[in-house]
Write a protein that binds this ligand. Structure first.
Ligand SMILES: [Zn+2]
Ligand SMILES: [Zn+2]
Length: 139
């Protein structure tokens, strides 16, 4: 199922204080194996999908959103109550990348590539999923 104005996807942080709806289909999706995503998530990779900011409505808790803004990187937004990551980018941006794990149900898109495989975790092999791999940032 793809999101639409009539049937928005819903998403939330871990504690549910921040909730949002996505009212347009995602444009693209990727796995990121960079060190920032590893430290941010505590896992081997992050998975996100890009969508127009205007298609995302925060239905509760927008005041609880904070962001880690690493030098030279996109802001990484999370819930200040539970630490659950929500999206990459700023609320003022035209496009943001929603963390797929924050979506409830099927996001209607699948990750299309792996990026930053040069820093992939040593403790988890990259899956043989046929997706293109990029040593650094993907296109
Ligand atoms: Zn939360
Ligand atoms: Zn990353």
């Amino acid at each position: 199922m793809s999101a639409s104005p009539q049937t928005p996807l819903t998403g939330r942080c871990g504690c549910g204080a921040v909730r949002f709806e996505v009212r347009a289909p995602f444009e693209s999706s990727r796995y990121c194996h960079c060190h920032r995503c590893q430290h941010r998530t505590g896992t081997a990779a992050g998975a996100s999908a890009r969508v127009a900011r205007a298609a995302v409505e925060f239905t509760s808790g927008i005041d609880l959103i904070r962001a880690w803004e690493p030098a030279g990187g996109m802001p990484k937004a999370y819930c200040v109550e539970c630490g659950g990551h929500l999206f990459s980018g700023s609320l003022e941006d035209d496009l943001i990348s929603i963390r797929l794990g924050a979506i409830e149900g099927d996001p209607g898109i699948r990750p299309e590539l792996h990026q930053w495989v040069s820093s992939a975790a040593t403790w988890e092999e990259l899956p043989e999923d046929g997706l293109p791999r990029y040593e650094e940032a993907g296109p």
